[in-house]
Design a protein around this ligand. Sequence first.
Ligand code: BTN
Length: 323
Amino acid sequence: MKEKLLQMLNDAGGYVSGEKISRELGVTRSYIWKVIAKLKDEGYVISSVRNKGYRLEPASDKLDEASVRKGLTTASIGQHIVYLDNVDSTNEYAKNLDAPHGTVVIAEDQTMGKGRRGKSWVSQPGTGLWMTIYLKPSIKPQEIMQVTLISGMAVCKAIQQVTGCNAGIKWPNDIVINGKKVCGILTEMILEEQTIACAVTGIGININIPSFPQELSNRATSLLIETGKTFLRADIARAVFTYFEQYYTNMLDPENLPSLLSEYASMCINVGREVVATIGNQEIHGVAEGISPLGELLIKTPDGAVIPVTSGEVSIRGVYGYI
Ligand code: BTN
C-alpha cells in the first residue's frame, strides 16, 4: 500500500485529494492518513492542504539520516548514519567509533581526507559523497582484501544503476569512467590480538563537481562531467549500501569466492591489458591476467612468469595518461 500511494503521489506531481486516493486504492481516508504518517516517518516530505489533498515534495540533495535512509531496505548497511557538517576524515572518525555493524559516517566536508598510500583526498564541500562504512567482519586480517574488492564492485554497480554510466574498476578499487577516476576507496582495519576489531571502508565519489583544476582534469572526473546531469547524493549512497550489503553477505560464505572473483574480474579494466606495477623502486611490466583468490593482480611478464601483486601503484596503458 505504501508503495502504491507513493507511486500515485509521485506520478501526480501535485496535490491528490484524499477522496481520489481512497477511491483508486480502495481504502478509507483514515487508513490513508496512517500510511502518510508512516511515509513521513521514513523521511518523505508530504504536505497536506485542506480541500486539495496530499503532495509529495520534490527531494533535495540532503545527506542527513532521514534523507539517506528514506526507502533504504538493507538489514544493516546504512541503517545508522552519523552525519557531520565537517570532519578531518570520515575514516579517522569511524575508526574511533563503537557502533553497530553497518553504521555509516557521512560528511559534507573533510579537512584532511585520506587517500591510499599516504596521499590526501580533496573533498569539495557539498558536491560529493564522502563517507565511511563501519564493519565488524568475521574474517581473518589476511582476508581484508576481499572487503576492498567488494567495495569497488558495490560502487561500480551503484554508479551504473543510478547514472547509466559505464563505470569500471581499476585494480584494486579506483572507479573509472572513460579512463578517468570518479571514485577512490580506502579500506583500513583495527586489529586486536590478531583479529579484526573493526574495518572501515572510506568511499569518496565525485558527484556534482562541475570541473577540476587543470592538473587533475586529465585524471579525475565526476558524474556531472560525464553525464551533464546532477544527481541526488542520497540516491547514490542508498544504491552503494544495497549492493555493498549483497556482496558482503556473499563474501562471508567462502563457497561464493570464485563467483565473486570472476564478477570482479569482469568489472576490472586492468584484466587483459598491458600494465606496469611499481613496487618500491621495482617495476613489473606485463599483461594483467586476472585476480588471485587473495585479491592480488596477476601479471604475466614477457618471459611467461605470473607475478601476484598485492600492493603498489599499477598503471594501465591508456588510463590516467599512462602511455
Ligand atoms: C584513494 O583513491 O586514494 C582513496 C580515496 C578515499 C577517499 C575517501 S573520502 C571518504 C573517506 N574518508 C577519507 O579520509 N578517505 C575516504
